[in-house]
Design a protein around this ligand. Sequence first.
Ligand code: GLN
Length: 543
Amino acid sequence: MAGEPGEAMAHKAFDTILVLDFGSQYTHLITRRLRELNVFSEMLPCTQKLSELKFTPKGIILSGGPYSVYEEGAPHVDPAVFDLNVPILGICYGMQELAYRIDSENVIAGTHREYGHAMLKARSIGGHVDRLFDGIEESMRVWMSHGDKLAKLPDGFHTVATSDNSEYAAIAHGSRPIYGLQFHPEVTHTQNGTVLLKNFAVGICGCKQDWTMQKFLEEAIAQIRHTVGEKGQVLAAVSGGVDSTVAAKLMKEAIGSRFWAVLVNNGVMRLNECEQVQKDLSEALGINLTVVDASQEFLDGLKGVEDPEKKRKFIGGKFIDCFEAEAVKIEEAAAHDPTKAGKIEFFMQGTLYPDVIESLSFKGPSATIKTHHNVGGLPARMMNGQGLKLIEPLRSLYKDEVRALGRALGIPEELVMRHPFPGPGIAVRILGEVTPEKVEIARQADHIFISEIRKAGFYNQISQAYAAVDPSRAVGVMGDKRVYGYIIVLRAVTTTDFMTAEAFNFPWDFLQRVMNRIVNEVHGVCRVVYDVTSKPPGTIELE
Ligand code: GLN
């Protein structure tokens, strides 16, 4: 039942295009492009049994994939796909799969592989191009990436577009809304690819373009109320990060103070952060928030711990202990509060769609579908022991949709655009042992760096930025005196998905200004360096 509320809500309330994933690296782009068109779309593995679907999609798209349909062990779609009587669009492998399903002789290895650009010509039949190409000029640049091809047209199909190399660049069934494309309309290299996807989803499948965060918000609130009931109560951990803040505000709108947010101060938050989050969430957003100050316990426990994994483990474990202890207190208070008087039955988590996709993606013919591991999730003993049910209201959203939802909820722009911050906080931004002195240095340096970034107007161009402390010390001269101080490492990266990243290209005078302020204002530091490493090989955090 995990996450059912979020999912059920989107299926029920929005016309849905189902994308079946055959393992292409572009599959999630299909979903993204459709959502950018305000059409709700969801991805499931290609092995999905269609009779087990909990909803009826308005249309189905079969994605590309690295396999050859004719090879042994290649993944195949549930043959029931043809019986659902909804429009189908096969993209590359997806088209080959449709052809193969009709007759396995239809697909062969091509004599030459085709990667990159091709010119597509839509074929005009009786003076018209196919409705899939409505509004598109007769020829357009498309992007191809395939080695296999159709040997002949599948029965009942005709060609609707060709390219120099592909006689069957786009095909359509004569009497049913079934289409195949040899190229990838979801990648930006394909000109008008979005128009084509729109023609399919809106023109052919008849989807309403009503997937907006305003509408989602209304539906989500109704759904949460329905799930939680009149008296039910919900508990959550918040961090001040975008996801937990947006989810918390959404819960607050839905059930008011029957939603309980807990912020654990772990002693390794940024400068004034705990106070700031308290102000933002509790005062500005009206969320029922309890702050647990466990900073001393965390700092005591971190004494002498140098290994990054041990630091993370300790912080994660301690966090759960603190949270659990607080939950018990809240449960008691909740049970005795006559205005609420319901049991805490749910635990809310700000899981996003990319995590869900990650656990669902098709990974190969022998794919074991990875079970979703939630960072910061509650330990099984609490979920099972106290019978808490999971509620994940952001489960169907991408990060930028969460931000848009935050705006729809009236959350200030500064919070909505916050950079991500790791759970173990600045503990992983202090190489080696964490001491109160180094925490203070990291805080001060980070504060200067981030304030300067904001002042210079770079904040929203950067995906994540921070200052870290390298405790190996360097020699410097300050006021004619030899000093021996820590090294501050500045890191700022740009990325779209956090899987790969590049260092941000700061102007030189900006870096000098930051260096100047840090060595002058932060006691114990005599050198500042800028980390220019990309990811890979570097990770975004240092530890
Ligand atoms: N593997 C298939 C081919 O080479 C499909 C490729 C794809 O879907 N991009 O033709």
